[in-house]
Design a protein around this ligand. Structure first.
Ligand SMILES: NC(=O)c1ccc[n+]([C@@H]2O[C@H](COP(=O)([O-])OP(=O)(O)OC[C@H]3O[C@@H](n4cnc5c(N)ncnc54)[C@H](OP(=O)(O)O)[C@@H]3O)[C@@H](O)[C@H]2O)c1
Length: 327
């Protein structure tokens, strides 16, 4: 158990950063969040809000001028550049906090063979997102090396769970519960790896002040990898409903000016995405509570409790695509 700390979370009101805030409050820390104040209604009552657009570096410096924290989490992607990460780290540097940056597994060069470990070369396979996250990592690592700032980098992969900001597992809940077919671009055999948002939050919450983690980067995700189709089959099993798959040639999408989502929000890409987790397990003793199945079950329970199984869903694009496929 980490000692009670004053903690700042950049973000705090959505998915990953909200789960982190809840974990930190549960652990007894004094928590402040820094965001533009759009969803403060979600925050636990003890949490204070520092309203700020993090892209405005002068404002950031001013609102944090007198604040002192033992730990600072840089979570919000705004989209957050290396300069933005540096600006936050510098704005809080006087208190010499442990700065923990939520990066991504997408910093690795995915043209290389799987699995990706923390020693896999990074690269811009994932374009601007990877470029920004790598620049953010490097800004912090440079401050660690030259000024001794304690920093740690967490690299999650696909995160699932309640309030997901990415439309992935709920995309398939929406279809399977209504007896709709699931469209599969190509073979559907690319490997994916998911972690539950509460496991990520617990892992992040256990890091502050741990000298072992200073200057280190860690993959933080679940222990199972699964094919795209296998992911949907696990969902169907949780829902106790059959999944009907309709494979199609992704080239068909070129016939549409504005193709809709066909297989979740960001699960369609043509490469495997598999990551080792041994470093975070062996060095920090962090392991997930959830399996993929139990994480999906918990998310499904939340989805039903929120009445999302009753929400209207527009299947117009999928119906147009299905009409082009042979029966
Ligand atoms: N979800 C995944 O599968 C996944 C996978 C790997 C890595 N990640 C990383 O995990 C992190 C968390 O992602 P998330 O989707 O859960 O969202 P999040 O960062 O937890 O939620 C967005 C938060 O940032 C705040 N925010 C957004 N723009 C801002 C700005 N300009 N200035 C200040 N605050 C701002 C939002 O509040 P306001 O709108 O009120 O400002 C909100 O609190 C991101 O860095 C993402 O790259 C996510």
């Amino acid at each position: 158990m980490t000692p009670v700390m004053r903690v700042l979370v950049a973000g705090g009101s959505e998915f990953v950063s909200l789960a982190l805030v809840r974990a930190l409050v549960r652990d007894g820390h004094t928590v402040a969040v820094l965001n533009r104040g759009r969803r403060t209604d979600r925050l636990p009552p003890s949490v204070s809000v520092i309203p700020c657009d993090r892209k405005d570096h002068a404002q950031l410096k001013s609102v944090l001028a007198r604040a002192r924290f033992e730990a600072v989490y840089d979570v919000s992607y705004a989209p957050t550049t290396g300069e933005d990460v540096a600006a936050l780290a510098d704005a809080v540097a006087a208190g010499r906090p442990h700065v923990i940056f939520v990066s991504t597994g997408r910093v690795y060069d995915h043209a290389l063979p799987i699995p990706y470990s923390e020693t896999t070369p990074r690269g811009y396979y994932w374009g601007e997102y990877a470029r920004h996250k790598i620049a953010g990592e490097d800004a912090l690592l440079a401050r660690h090396q030259t000024r001794g700032l304690p920093v740690t980098i967490a690299r999650p992969t696909h995160v699932l769970g309640p309030l997901n900001t990415r439309h992935n597992e709920a995309f398939f809940f929406d279809r399977i519960i209504r007896g709709r077919p699931v469209l599969v671009p190509g073979h559907g055999g690319w490997l994916r790896q998911f972690g539950h948002v509460d496991d990520l939050a617990d892992a992040l919450a256990s890091m502050p002040g741990n000298p072992r983690a200073f200057g280190q980067a860690y993959n933080v995700t679940g222990e199972e990898c699964v094919t795209q189709v296998g992911f949907v089959e696990q969902i169907a099993e949780v829902l106790e409903r059959p999944a009907e798959f309709r494979h199609f040639d992704p080239a068909l999408l070129k016939r549409f000016d504005q193709p809709g989502l066909v297989f979740g929000q960001n699960l369609v890409y043509d490469c495997h995405a598999v990551y080792t987790t041994s470093k975070v397990r062996t060095e920090l003793g962090i392991r997930p509570r959830y399996t993929l199945a139990s994480g999906l079950r918990q998310t499904w329970e939340w989805y039903r409790k929120e009445g999302l199984d009753q929400r209207p869903v527009d299947f117009t694009f999928e119906d147009q695509l299905l009409a082009l496929l042979p029966r």
